[in-house]
Each structure stands twice: as C-alpha cells, then as structure tokens.
Ligand binder design. Structure first.
Ligand SMILES: [Mn+2]
Length: 235
C-alpha cells in the first residue's frame, strides 16, 4: 500500500514489573519486528527493586533494536531508584520525567512528552506517605500543559507518554471506584486541548487496550493486558 511505507513503526510496552512478567517480556521482544521507536510506559521493575533494571536493559540490548528507546517512570519505579535507572540505562534508555524531547525519526520530527502522569485522587499509600502529593499532581498538570504547548510548536508529530492513564476511557474493566486512583480526567482535558497524535500509557493491567478521544488515539500498552509489545503505525 502506498503511504504505508512512510509511516513510523512505533513499538510500546509497559508494566514489565521485572521479574514478574519477565517471561512475557522476553518472548514479546523476540516477536517484535524492528521498530523506529520504542516507548516504555513505566513500571519496568517491581516494587522499586533497583537490581531489576539490569536484566531489563540487558534484554533490550540483546534485542539489538537499533532505535531510540524512551521511557517514563511508573509508580513501581520508585523515586528512590530513578537515578540508578537513569545511570544504568544511560546508553540504552532515555528517561523522560516531566520532560520533552524532539527526535528526528525517518525524516520526521517527533516530539515526546514523558511523565509518570497524574492521579485525580492519590492512592491511600500516597496520601499517607508522600507529603503534599495533591500539589505534586496539580503542579504536574501545569507542567504537562506547558510542555504539550511547547511541543506543538516544534512538530506536528506529538506523543504523550505517561504511566498513569491520561483518561478514564481505557480503565473500563478496572474497578470503577479505583479509576480516580489510576488515572486522570484532568489530563484528558489536556488531550482535548492539545490533540497529540498519540497518548501512550500503562498501569491498567485489566483495562482496555485502546480508545479514541476526538482525534487522539490512546493506547494502553500494559504488557500483562496485551501479552505482546504493541506496534502502532499511526504517524
Ligand atoms: Mn503501575
């Protein structure tokens, strides 16, 4: 098909929770056709284990994907191990923590805004253990708003990469009570406002794999849900 060739092959996954889904991850990597870009939407390790990042990176290196690999942190990639993850991944993975990057990929300028994301309602654990967590999320909303604004000016190929769900739409299947503690409708407003081409997220192991909000394609790439690395040919 004409035109099809020029589309980027974007691969995306999340919630490897190494070592929990390591078998699934290894198999999925083997089955993955070489992508132009790989996005990792957080929870690479389980419960903040700093030693688990090493095998994840090893497997990625062995796969010889020869493409940029961008990631955001998940809630299981604890704040306390972010530096370790960045250091260990410095030749392999570029982590985006409320950050924007623009990369030339196959002649296209692609902008990616990456963040752990926002919860409309902090979890019980977060409320008890993280001081001013509500403010953290409110501030992050503003940061995402301005990063998306900035990214729009840089390129028309815009991707929002978060761990938490940027909508409640892909949470169908998860307990309704927990939706506000898994994602954000406030971020959904940002999707409406800025219309990124893609919104890629994880976290919802029991949710829906995709949704569409106006023109925004939303992909829940959680590995335990999809059982494979999701390949997106939209840009
Ligand atoms: Mn998670």
């Amino acid at each position: 098909m004409k035109g099809e060739k020029t589309r980027l092959r974007i691969a995306a996954t999340s919630d490897i929770h190494w070592p929990q889904y390591q078998g699934l991850f290894i198999k999925a990597l083997r089955q993955l056709p070489k992508p132009d870009l790989l996005l990792l939407a957080g929870d690479l390790v389980n419960r903040g284990n700093p030693h688990s990042i090493t095998p994840v990176i090893e497997k990625l290196k062995e796969a010889k994907l020869e493409c940029p690999i961008l990631a955001c942190f998940g809630n299981d990639d604890y704040d306390s191990i972010k530096d370790t993850m960045r250091t260990q991944g410095q030749d392999t993975i570029q982590f985006l923590d409320d950050e924007l990057v623009t990369l030339p990929i196959q002649g296209k300028q692609v902008s990616i805004v990456g963040s752990r994301g926002v919860l409309d309602q902090p979890t019980f654990w977060q409320s008890r253990n993280i001081k001013e967590i509500k403010e953290v999320y409110t501030k992050r909303l503003d940061v995402l708003d301005s990063l998306l604004e900035k990214a729009k000016a840089l390129s028309r190929y815009l991707i929002l990469l978060t761990h938490y769900t940027p909508t409640f739409m892909t949470l169908k299947g998860e307990t309704k009570r927990s939706h506000a503690q898994m994602g954000s409708r406030r971020v959904e407003e940002l999707l409406k406002k800025h219309s990124p081409m893609l919104a890629v997220h994880g976290h919802a192991h029991n949710g829906l794999p995709k949704a569409k909000l106006n023109k925004v394609r939303i992909y829940n790439v959680a590995l335990p849900l999809n059982r494979r690395i999701v390949v997106i040919n939209r840009l």
